[in-house]
Design a protein around this ligand. Structure first.
Ligand code: GLU
Length: 448
């Protein structure tokens, strides 16, 4: 058995009942096969892949809080500090009922390669809780965030581990957690990113993941003699990533006709009205059904068996921006049959492995999330830089840096794919390019 296969079997055996983690590891290891097999003995002697797939540290804790009825609730809290070879641990916090250790490990593992691809000095980590912010009062959110940070603050710091947002964690939650960190540790430092603009946040951080996704999609299109202008785009999700991807795609002349949330999805033949979407999702924190009620060109559909119908809409470009495994083989077949040419992931691992293979085999240009959604964490690293120098840059400055970073990621992943004989396979290119910097740093730092 080859070293790559041995390590994959070991991961499955040692991490039972964590299918998303296995899936993320499998995708990376398959891509790395060509690199590892060229130098198998050395990698094996140093157990580099075993070290890479084993988190440096896992912190799990109880998060008790009191709801508005006076009832005590108990949630699970996690922080997986996966790899610090190239910088302090960096990655978001996810608050969603589906969160468990396996989900956080898959996200933390992806984050190692994503952060490496940004070219900035950030290691990989991820955290979160099975807390569900949906329907909670502001006071309940604050109570939970304070309790969560009361424990987490012992393990993080501006030069140690810098969390940020993810699903269920936006500006409001970051604010409450930052306040509690400062109160307990008595440190005014850049320990979290995605902060509000009045207390150390960076301009363009809110927009960064969605904008970055469209910048890299645009770079991909231009490289293949196309552009965003006049294209029909389908987007899933209605959170921070989806909203700003829709906005930037529209600015570049595309028509975006869909979005989705946890209960349903929208088809808007005239193109999504971003101002209305933001009003409903960011201000009212309401359901997408309200979007259709306010706009006659839009249809609202309830999800069936938890699945949206966005991938059945005829389009040129699909941008999955909701959550993991939301685009399966059937969806991939529908996209191909309808003439879709490009799929770039805004969420983390939204496409299943068989769907990815099907898209690639059928000539779709496909960029995986660890490359195409890296704009968020890249801009978080820019926020860290601004915090360290106690200055803040203009929107234009940050946005220009973000665009440069995304174009650079595209160039690096294309070149890596070409160099290893898999031209046009941007999944392999991303995994190889992301891995190389981390592997070099790990080797240089000895057996730690
Ligand atoms: N949660 C985002 C991601 O998946 C952002 C993380 C960060 O800014 O640290 O990359």
């Amino acid at each position: 058995m080859s070293y790559v296969d041995e390590v994959y079997e070991r991961v499955v055996a040692q991490n039972p009942a964590q299918p998303e983690f296995h899936q993320a590891v499998k995708e990376v290891l398959e891509s790395l096969r060509v690199v590892i097999e060229a130098n198998e003995e050395e990698y094996k002697r140093e157990a580099l892949l075993e070290r890479l797939t084993t988190p440096e540290r896992i912190i799990m804790f109880r998060v008790p809080w009191v709801d508005d009825k006076g009832q005590v609730q108990v949630q699970n809290g996690y922080r997986v500090q996966f790899n610090s070879a190239i910088g302090p641990y960096k990655g978001g916090l996810r608050f969603h009922p589906s969160v468990n250790l396996g989900i956080i490990k898959f996200l933390g593992f992806e984050q190692i390669f994503k952060n490496s691809l940004t070219g900035l000095p950030i290691g990989g980590g991820k955290g979160g809780s099975d807390f569900d912010p949906k329907g909670k009062s502001d006071r309940e959110i604050m109570a939970f965030c304070q309790s969560f940070m009361t424990e987490l603050c012992k393990h993080i710091g501006a030069d140690t581990d810098v969390p940020a947002g993810d699903i269920g964690v936006g500006g409001r939650e970051i604010g409450y957690m930052y306040g509690q960190y400062k109160r307990i540790r008595n440190l005014y430092e850049g320990v979290l990113t995605g902060k509000g603009l009045t207390y150390g946040g960076s301009l363009a951080r809110t927009e960064a993941t969605g904008y970055g996704l469209v910048y890299i999609t645009d770079a991909l299109l231009r490289d293949h003699g196309m552009s965003m202008e006049g294209k029909t785009v389908v987007v899933s999700g209605a959170g921070n990533v989806a909203t700003y991807a829709i906005q930037k795609a529209q600015q570049l002349g595309a028509k975006v006709v869909s979005c989705s949330d946890s209960t349903g999805w929208i088809y808007d033949k005239d193109g999504i009205d971003v101002a209305l979407l933001k009003e409903i999702k960011e201000v009212k924190r309401a359901r997408l059904s309200e979007y259709a009620a306010a706009r006659s060109s839009a249809e609202y559909h309830e999800k069936k068996n938890g699945e949206h119908g966005v991938w059945n809409i005829k389009c040129d470009i699909a941008l999955p921006c909701a959550t993991q495994n939301e685009l399966n083989l059937e969806d991939a077949k529908a996209l191909v049959a309808n003439g879709c040419k490009v799929v770039c992931e805004g969420a983390n691992m939204p496409t299943t492995m068989d769907a990815t293979e099907y898209l690639q085999k059928n000539g779709i240009l496909f960029i995986c999330g660890k490359a195409s959604n890296a704009g968020g964490v890249a801009t978080s690293a820019l926020e860290m830089s601004q915090n360290s120098e106690r200055l803040s840059w203009t929107f234009e400055e940050v946005d220009a840096k973000l665009k440069g970073i995304m174009e650079n990621i595209y160039k690096n992943i294309s070149e890596a794919a070409k160099k290893y004989g898999v031209e046009g396979n941007y999944v392999a290119g991303a995994n190889i390019a992301g891995f190389q910097k981390v592997a070099e740093a790990m080797k240089a730092q000895g057996i730690v």
